[in-house]
Design a protein around this ligand. Sequence first.
Ligand SMILES: [Zn+2]
Ligand SMILES: [Zn+2]
Length: 428
Amino acid sequence: MKQVPHFPQAILPDDIDKWYFIEDKLKNIMHLYDFREIRTANIQPKSLYEKYFDVAGEYGRYTANDMLITLSDKDDLCLRPDGTISILNSAISKMAVSVPQKVFYMSEMYRRERETYRQFYQIGATILGSTNIISDVEMIHLSKRLLTSLGITDFSIEINSCGDACCNKKYLNALRDYILSNDELCPVCRELCEKSPQYIFKCTTPQCHNIAKMAPIPLDYLCVQCLNNFNDIKRLLSNLGTEFQIKPSLFIPFQNNTQFVFNISVADNADKDNSQKITIISGGRYDQLATDVTGNTLPAVGMTLDVDRLTQTMQSKGLYSEKNKDFSVCICTASKNMELLIVQIAQEIHNENINTVICYDNIAVDQINTIAQKRKCSVTLLFIENLIREGKVMLVTYDQNQNVIHQDKITISGIIENIIRIKKSTGK
Ligand SMILES: [Zn+2]
Ligand SMILES: [Zn+2]
């Protein structure tokens, strides 16, 4: 029998409020900084991603074919594996790239890892078209504010500079020479580091770990101009009171980073000595990648937020606050042939922009409160044949803890007026 691959699961209604919580907060912050949303297509040209995934896929261990989810053998199509490259590709034709553009995205990305098909959610922002260090610093401040708006305050910022394309090439050559001249190197690194020398930082064997510790660092290969740029950013951050540490080995795969890079991490709650950190946001400048993808000289700086790690952190810190449920009206009937009345009254309530929960099945009169209490409705309207003949319905009002405050017979013509009055009194 053919093995069924693992595939992504749906987000169910019980979990969706957590997603709304994050998305709503983050959208507000993005707008605060003048970023506008971009929604790139889920289906992308495969050839656009191949060369970057060949080099950077788990730092060179996997090829594009191992990681991209292709749609057919003959067409050049795959599911979007990365936010940054898809934005740059859109920039070629759809946006005026001559003026600075500030865009953000909240989208699913799709990648294959052996027999597993991954769909993960990425949130990111990019400033296209500016080399000004204000835009680099803005990325750090945007990232900080995104986290604090969600209640995460115990984060730390690490920064580094990888230099421009010229300095970075010198560094990578030096790194490669250093690694390959080492006799202790494990066989995997010996094979991979020729193409992707940064794989040494990913390797977990003890001997390679030691080799990585002593490896050359990009800062030692910066030209005067690149060094000045990094110093200017550091000075600006310090003057603004933004705390950071320099991490000399920091780089971000897939971005061919040039100049400034940063990481924002939080302590891992599961780790007892709190020495382990989880990186939630990474970002930096990628002028070279932007120029490469678009075919025009295009400076770009951006950040991406790992939503899976963010949601784990939010969960472990208990930061999701339960959404105060909107005012809603439960409509049920204990008698037959009430369909017309139910739909009419529901429409009138909707006209007032008030939510309804309609029970499709008849209920017994003594169950009048069960559904309203389960669905956290503020009010129940019950239609009973005897009362309807008198032109009346039963109205029950609840407090915040779903206890009955009031139960009364009211006229059908007074339903809307009564509901509006109760809604006002609850302040919802
Ligand atoms: Zn190794
Ligand atoms: Zn340089």
